[in-house]
Design a protein around this ligand. Sequence first.
Ligand code: DQA
Length: 158
Amino acid sequence: MKKILILNGPNLNLLGTREPAQYGSTTLAEVESFCKIHGERMGYEVECLQSNWEGALIDKLHDYGHMFKAGKVLGVVFNPGALTHTSIALHDAIKGLEPMPVIECHISNVHARESFRHHSWVSPAAAGIVVGFGVDGYLIAMDGLVRKCVNPVATQKP
Ligand code: DQA
């Protein structure tokens, strides 16, 4: 069974209580649990990691890059939190692990918020981007990853 990584960056451990008007009231544990169930239904093993440390996120991406080369990984769904807007190191990590697909995911619509959230260093390296669907975005990103890698509509018969 191939693996999907659900990776979350700084402050996403506070989901459920952090700015609920922006991020909703679902906790990270609940998000991770429904991602696992959703992944298993699609035939994937789901691993989840949240870290407030940029280096820990990069190390985890590197681990998955090795496993991807060995054919054990489908890809990554990644909400980098505020590091989205600051981290060239995350951009370089994702570029350095190509062709492993990384789907960037944001709970809120970052483009409808402060201007400092409009730029993402991760987006140019991402295989796809999901923004503004609340925590459902993680499942949409997982679906997108599977569609992109395994079952694109162009390969389906009507
Ligand atoms: C976020 C958006 C970022 O701008 C913010 O810093 C976060 C969460 C989101 O999921 O909407 O921490 O990535």
